[in-house]
Design a protein around this ligand. Sequence first.
Ligand code: ZN
Ligand code: ZN
Length: 305
Amino acid sequence: MRKCYKCGQKATVYLPQHRIAFCKEHYIEWYLKRVEETIKEFRMFGKGDRVLVAVSGGKDSLSLWDALYRLGYDADGFYINLGIGEYSKRSQLACEKFANQRGLVLHVFELEKAVASVPALKELENRPACSFCGQLKRYYTNKFAKERGYKVVATGHNLDDETAVLLSNVLSWQMDYLSRQSPVLSEGEGFVRRVKPLVKFSEKENALYAFLAKIEYVEEECPFAEGASSIEHKKLLSLLEEKSPGTKLRFYMDFLRRMRPMLKAEQVALRPCSLCGEPTTGEVCSVCRLKERVAKASLSSSPSS
Ligand SMILES: [Zn+2]
Ligand SMILES: [Zn+2]
């Protein structure tokens, strides 16, 4: 029987990459402490800063919001309803329930009203949903945060997400992507600061936290995420992790400490989009161009918004 590292009672959790075991109570304590340390280590935000947490209803983002709430940060939630049938309904409900139980503020944004639903866009664009969905989420989260005076946007990206992206960037030597891969992206040029306080936690560790902290999250993955190449990279990294626990954390943290400082970020000249004013490299931003295509196909239920 494994014993809790803190209290010596029967452990419920064993973390192979840290070679450490905890009971329920001390796992939650360890998790919260590690979130706080990560926020401080990368100077993400302080106790007085208004933080907007991008929530999907899944384990990562709700664990993040719960941790920030318990640690005493000023964090509101932002949920984007993508209009993906029952999946979106269930996800929104999970976020609303979570916020109500804790007396927290949740903002809901409906993509269908602003542009069109993800299924309709996929039909129109004929490309993987993740490519435009990620872009739209970033655009509207950033815009909303600016308009409502939030200093920081926090997302629930975990170690598995970050190492999968890192591996794919390394495999194709995407130097400019690598130079920008960081748990903190500074504010400026029309962007609020973006942070990822859960980068040191694996998906499993977040699931454990969500389970032990009794967070009711949606387990179902987005039905449109299928076939994304990141899934293959995640599988490969998990094989390595199984053989040698700690590989992912080392791969990612050593990249940040040793490799990233050597990379110079390419300066991209940004200017305000001539239609919406959001930062873009061209004349009209990609979201406005997408909206134009939607208007042409008259997919939008309310073209005026
Ligand atoms: Zn204990
Ligand atoms: Zn625009």
